[in-house]
Design a protein around this ligand. Structure first.
Ligand SMILES: C[S@@+](CC[C@H](N)C(=O)[O-])C[C@H]1O[C@@H](n2cnc3c(N)ncnc32)[C@H](O)[C@@H]1O
Length: 285
């Protein structure tokens, strides 16, 4: 299938999803080359969201960085009474998600068109909605770092746009900025659920939530292979400079913890390296 002359991938969702996430009547997913193609990170996030589905049901939920809309296609089934807002920095994503979701939200979808940077519309003044929950799986690679996966908005963020954040060296600056900015759109008792790479270690993730004024808990964690083309030299350099070790593993069951200085030569030698994904939910304190 093509749109604007470029090849577009078209998946049956149940062929894309691992068996534990497959469900009836979930339909197809169109993924143009400029959109994020769901991967192991997405599946970890979905498992975390499924665990929170009972708590989210009946609530107003806003997905920041909606991408293809895959998460909402499943949440539509898991949370049949929720209303879902969705937006993205890439203005082509919200129409894509709307098209993929089709009528699955049955009047419960609230697409936020245009270019939304976290909770603010950039291309035109617009009042953001007030919601009970913000959910997001957004980039964790600042463009200044020497990491080389892909080259688009799905993977990278510009640290200079998020000056209130301090955790750019850990790749967490965009998520930190979201935690700070989301407070202005959360109803009392609201929460933010983030899908986070575990390389900084869970203690740093918890500290980020706490410093932004949230009480948090880990909803789900799992181990995935470290992307082979992503350099870990920046993280190894931070360790060499005295920062606490980053969290990697030499085995898929995460019994052999290693730091970035050990992980980087293993990666370069094509030996296995793994890290965790944590889905963390924070309630505004
Ligand atoms: C890794 S993809 C995840 C897509 C989708 N949420 C999923 O889980 O499949 C990250 C998404 O965040 C969007 N994004 C990047 N920076 C953003 C920002 N500052 N504000 C909102 N969305 C952003 C990207 O365009 C991309 O669609």
């Amino acid at each position: 299938m093509t749109t604007r002359g470029v090849y577009v991938m078209h998946f049956s969702i149940n062929r894309l999803l691992p068996p534990d996430l497959q469900c009836e009547g979930s339909g197809d997913l169109v993924v143009p080359p400029w959109a994020f193609q769901p991967d192991a990170w997405s599946f970890a996030f979905l498992r975390g969201l499924r665990r929170e589905a009972t708590a989210l049901n009946g609530k107003k939920v806003w997905e920041i960085g909606v991408g293809t809309g895959l998460n909402l296609m499943l949440l539509a089934q898991w949370c049949p009474r929720s209303v879902f807002y969705f937006s993205d920095l890439n203005p082509d994503c919200t129409p894509l998600a709307r098209r993929n979701i089709g009528d699955q939200l049955d009047g419960r979808g609230r697409p936020l068109e245009g270019q939304w940077d976290l909770v603010s519309r950039l291309d035109r003044a617009s009042v953001p909605p007030r919601v009970d929950a913000v959910i997001a799986c957004i980039p964790q690679v600042p463009t200044a770092l020497d990491l080389s996966v892909g080259d688009n908005l799905a993977h990278y963020y510009r640290p200079e746009h998020y000056r209130e954040a301090h955790l750019h060296a850990l790749g967490l600056g965009l998520n930190e900025a979201l935690l700070r900015r989301a407070r202005s759109v959360l109803a009392p008792g609201g929460q933010v659920i983030l899908n986070l790479g575990g390389r900084p270690g869970v203690a740093r993730l918890v500290a980020m939530f706490q410093e932004c004024g949230y009480r948090c808990r880990t909803v789900h964690e799992e181990v995935i292979p470290q992307h082979r083309e992503t350099s870990l030299s920046t993280l190894a350099g931070l360790e060499a400079g005295g920062q606490e070790d980053f969290e990697f593993f030499a085995d898929a069951s995460a019994t052999m913890r290693i730091n970035a200085r050990v992980a980087e030569p293993r990666r370069l030698a094509s030996q296995p390296v793994f890290h965790k994904i944590y889905v963390v939910a924070g309630s505004a304190a």
